[in-house]
Design a protein around this ligand. Structure first.
Ligand SMILES: [Zn+2]
Length: 64
């Protein structure tokens, strides 16, 4: 008997841009943030991920 399904917790955050329902997820906060960075570059090139924005993203991260 083997357990294939990973039971590891993951972290996720919904994009902080109004009207965008993109969700970024990863195993750690760092992974989530790098996903957010990639998403922002692709979907919101005008948005700058400064300290304040990253702080807002971090505050929204939830463990699922
Ligand atoms: Zn977005």
């Amino acid at each position: 008997m083997s357990l294939i399904v990973s039971l590891a917790m993951s972290q996720q955050v919904e994009c902080i841009v109004d009207g965008c329902h993109g969700v970024c997820e990863g195993e750690t906060e760092e992974e989530v943030l790098s996903e957010v960075e990639a998403h922002v570059q692709e979907a919101h090139p005008d948005l700058t991920l400064d300290e304040e924005t990253v702080g807002a993203v971090k505050a929204e991260i939830e463990t699922v």
